[in-house]
Design a protein around this ligand. Structure first.
Ligand code: ADP
Ligand code: MG
Length: 304
């Protein structure tokens, strides 16, 4: 793993810590077993894709995807891909189509043209029922959490566990307790989503996503509009999930430092097109004036 930048970014808690470092001893074992099921499944998927001859098949991809709303051409023949276990960051100015891209991947919006692959499958022509199967493997963490407002935090997280039908009530309660501790909102089972701050709602949404043991999580601006400490906590959690669960992820973010730590690849959307697709190192070397401007603005907003 060898995090070359350890110490440069003071994240709390440390990214090398086990995911369950903060989980209380009475539920730690249950949660560890639950999480290791997911980690093993994702690692096996990654290894089997790498073992195939030729290029590994993307887990998620956009091939020449276009999407308009009336006269507004949001995406024009956009291409990018994410390999199993990789993290892609989507960057670009506000209104450029980042959230629309995630909605297309989740099947909430249909592209006008192009091919969309999710969980290795071409989802064009998928029915709502087919998409529901895909959404068990690929879950999305919305900016506002998109929790069920009328039920408690605990029931929100328990929902995917109950759907499985193979877990007893005590086990469900233990996993819920442990997952909430893991994402930094210990003991909030009995609160309603409306009692929580934006950042806490996002934490709970991540716990709910994890309770479905997904192969991939898509995050829409997970660290924005929360206080800096919460932003760090969420950022750190996402990084630990990537490293320790081998989760495939897509993270829409404005935070360049976060993208730098997290992204295996970046796609930079500009005026409907993928202006750049590659590693952060390549992006930093690019002479493209629009990318240079994006970097210089970022330095103004976030002094190093
Ligand atoms: N369902 C929709 N109907 C019409 N226009 C939409 C819809 N969703 C998004 N848009 C428009 O598409 C553009 C891209 O939106 P979005 O993907 O949300 O931007 P961002 O990159 O900030 O996430 C915006 O101009 C937005 O107003
Ligand atoms: Mg958006």
């Amino acid at each position: 793993m060898g995090d070359k930048e350890a110490g440069k970014f003071e994240m709390i808690p440390g990214i090398e810590e086990p995911l369950t470092a903060d989980v209380s001893p009475d539920v730690a074992e249950v949660v560890e077993e639950f999480m290791s099921e997911a980690a093993e499944q994702n690692e096996a998927a990654k290894e089997s894709s790498e073992a195939l001859p030729g290029k590994p098949l993307p887990y998620i991809s956009f091939e020449n995807v276009s999407k308009s709303f009336g006269d507004l051409h949001v995406l024009r023949e956009v291409n990018f891909c994410v390999l199993p276990g990789e993290t892609l960051c989507i960057l670009g100015r506000s209104g450029v189509g980042k959230s629309v891209s995630l909605q297309i991947l989740m099947g909430f919006l249909k592209p006008d043209a192009g091919t969309v692959r999710v969980a290795g499958e071409d989802i064009c022509g998928f029915t709502e029922r087919d998409m529901q199967k895909i959404r068990r493997k690929v879950t999305m963490v919305f900016q506002n959490g998109a929790l069920f407002d009328s039920v408690t935090v605990g029931e929100n997280v328990a929902f995917p566990l109950r759907e499985r039908g193979d877990l007893g009530e005590e086990q469900i309660q233990q996993v819920v307790k442990g997952l909430l501790e893991m994402v930094g909102v210990a003991g909030m089972e009995d609160l309603l989503p409306s009692d929580l701050s934006t950042g806490m709602k996002r934490s709970v949404a991540i716990a709910r996503a994890l309770s479905s043991q997904p192969e991939a999580i898509l995050y829409d601006e997970p660290t924005t509009m929360v206080d800096p400490l919460m932003g760090q906590l969420l950022g750190n959690l996402i990084e630990r999930l990537k490293r320790q669960l081998h989760l495939t992820s897509i993270v829409v973010t404005h935070d360049m430092r976060f993208a730098k730590k997290l992204a295996d690849r970046i796609v930079f959307l500009h005026e409907g097109r993928a202006l750049f697709f590659g590693t952060m190192e390549e992006m930093e070397k690019s002479e493209d004036p629009i990318l240079r401007e994006f970097f210089s603005l970022d330095e103004l907003v976030l002094p190093q």
